[in-house]
Design a protein around this ligand. Structure first.
Ligand SMILES: Nc1ncnc2c1ncn2[C@@H]1O[C@H](COP(=O)(O)OP(=O)(O)OP(=O)(O)O)[C@@H](O)[C@H]1O
Length: 301
């Protein structure tokens, strides 16, 4: 991996908004064809990192390079395809006008739009104004605008929010084709299990720091533990103090307990809580791995 030229490198990124530290020394590398999922709780710094990567914000410390170039420069930005959570396009334009406009702005001919519109199933909607599209259709227009210039790096902020199951599957298939041709993808998401299925690497960000940067299966395999979901009268503090317990998370009127030793935990629960109900034991998934990391960071802070 060390010999390939990275598509994106970030080194020592720091960013503060007044008193609030959004990024606190972030290093990140994305290689050709790689899909990197950026995960983390609300306010972790994901959007700030993305804004710096695409040249919308200048880092206050550190550097970011896209194929060796500064994303603040227009020539470098042309290598990027960006789809943001809140689309910045005028609603009065048609689908075709927007995608053609994106192609021409990227230095391509207007005719480059047609195959991308077809790929995203937008040909039949091409004359429609964006204001008359559904949320999922607008998402697809954004992706078409990001893909039309054949970017080296796609930066996607929560791209599958609002997409139904089949649109979501289609979306990942389209990305897989691009990745096979070397396009790298940096994607922020709250859909942890989805990222486990599609990402080569998962980067967990929390309070501006990277807590983990590894393939999803590696993060999960570091957890020898399991998750116990149960209805119990025991308080969260009491549960946290039980042997082997890593995290306690409320889930509606149940609690989700991540533990290193489910057998010991069950023994104690049965012993102490005569009202115990709705007991379920599951193997840990990526969601538990991420929760365990961010919970552990909270305890240390
Ligand atoms: N324009 C701003 N002015 C002041 N503080 C900001 C601004 N933008 C973000 N912040 C703060 O910086 C921190 C990181 O925010 P950021 O939006 O990067 O997080 P995020 O991981 O994208 O969150 P979310 O998952 O909620 O979108 C937060 O504490 C946030 O409140």
């Amino acid at each position: 991996m060390g010999t390939t030229q990275a598509v994106m490198t970030a080194e020592g990124l720091r960013y503060r908004y007044g008193e609030t530290t959004a990024l606190d020394g972030v290093d990140l590398r994305v290689d050709p064809g790689e899909c990197v999922a950026l995960l983390g709780p609300n306010g972790a710094g994901k959007s700030t990192l993305v804004a710096i990567a695409v040249g919308l914000l200048a880092p206050q410390q550190g550097t970011v390079r896209i194929q060796g170039g500064d994303p603040r420069r227009a020539a470098t930005r042309r290598r990027l395809g960006v789809a943001q959570q809140t689309p910045g396009f005028p609603n009065t334009l048609t689908v075709k006008e927007l995608v053609t406009g994106a192609a021409v702005r990227g230095g391509l001919r207007a005719s480059a739009a047609a195959p991308v519109l077809a790929e995203l199933g937008l040909t039949e909607l091409e004359r429609r104004r964006v204001s008359k599209l559904s949320g999922g259709q607008k998402q697809r227009v954004q992706l078409a605008m990001a893909l039309v210039t054949e970017p080296t790096l796609l930066v996607l902020d929560e791209p599958t929010v609002g997409l139904d199951t089949s649109a979501r599957r289609h979306f990942w298939q389209i990305l897989a084709r691009r990745r096979a041709h070397g396009t790298a993808v940096l994607v922020t998401t709250h859909l942890i299990e989805e990222s486990a299925a599609v990402a080569d690497r998962v980067v967990v960000l929390d309070r501006g720091r990277i807590l983990a940067d590894a393939p999803p299966e590696m993060l999960v395999s570091q957890l020898p533990d399991r998750t116990v979901t149960v209805r119990t009268g025991l308080g969260h503090g009491e549960l946290r103090a039980l042997p082997g317990v890593l995290s306690v998370t409320p889930e509606h009127d149940l609690v989700r307990i991540q533990t290193r030793s489910p057998e010991d935990l069950l023994r104690v629960l049965l012993d102490r809580d005569p009202e115990l109900a709705e007991l379920r034991v599951q193997d840990a998934g990526l969601e538990e791995a991420v929760l365990a990391l961010t919970d552990a960071a909270e305890v240390e802070a």
